[in-house]
Design a protein around this ligand. Sequence first.
Ligand SMILES: *Cc1c(COP(=O)(O)O)cnc(C)c1O
Length: 338
Amino acid sequence: MKIDLRSDTVTKPTPEMLNAMMSAEVGDDVYKEDPSVNRLEKKIATMFGMEKALFFPSGSMANQAAIKLHTQPGEQLIADKYAHIYNYEGGGVSFNSGVSCKLLDGNRGVINAVQVEEAINPPDFYHSPLTSLVSIENTTNKGGGACYELTEIKKIREVCSNHGLGYHLDGARLWNALVAKGEKAIEYGAIFDTISVCLSKGLGAPMGSVLIGNAEIMEKAIRVRKILGGGMRQVGYMAAAGLYAIDNNIHRLAEDHKRAKEIGVVIAKLPFVKKVEPIETNIVIFNIDSDEQDFITKMAEKNIHFYGMGQGKLRFVTHLDYTQKMHEYFLEVLTTIK
Ligand SMILES: *Cc1c(COP(=O)(O)O)cnc(C)c1O
């Protein structure tokens, strides 16, 4: 039994999801003639109460397209220092949009409205880059699956509106936040200008993200997607996996969260574990005072795999393919490890 806790991206389609894919109706999506893609886009737009949604091959491309829609070269966006768009999208912010980032020192990847307001460059001070976009992440990736409070998200909205800034949500793991906090997609749709959501993490589809927004800003999204090389043809097979995932795999994220918390309880008692960060969703980040690589190797010998984040920091991520049976075995191994 191989236990893979490296990421929630390692999941493989179940037979039921494969069935849905195999029986999908498809067409040429570059001509907008793929009925399955059209259905997925409509369904997600409706869930969020926004006018338009567009299917992308990856979350990075959906975020990069959003940044392009909100900015002009030379301008600046505001994000947390841990932001995926800054750290893990290959420098796309500057490559694709010619934009710089003002990074804020948030709490586990979560920033607040006061910090955002202070970071805005005065628009008449032409020596500084013009601030044009605020991008936040919910849940936070590098921040360990932390969730925003909706009240703070709304306060940041006010700051954006007062200063004429775009407001983007990198919602790769928004599904986890919705389940953990008991929130609704439609509440998010009412706040943001654009939202990206991912189908291939906790929801278990093999690929795909969706960018959602209102008609005016989304009008240019299809052109930007084409420029980035994201125009796809009979991709309804993948959209069908996404539709299946939306219908079947959102509520069960609560199981991933429960297992993550249970792992946290066990590791907190291990003598070499220094600190476990708060566990809000499906990511467990903790520090050990013994050798990080040594621990990883020992666990790999038991066929348990996960990543180190450097400086004694380690991470487990629970997901759809991490079963109850694996969970019980894993907790048992943890208690015997020295
Ligand atoms: C995974 C992730 C993305 C997108 O990743 P892709 O691998 O490009 O699909 C974007 N933002 C966050 C916070 C993520 O965790």
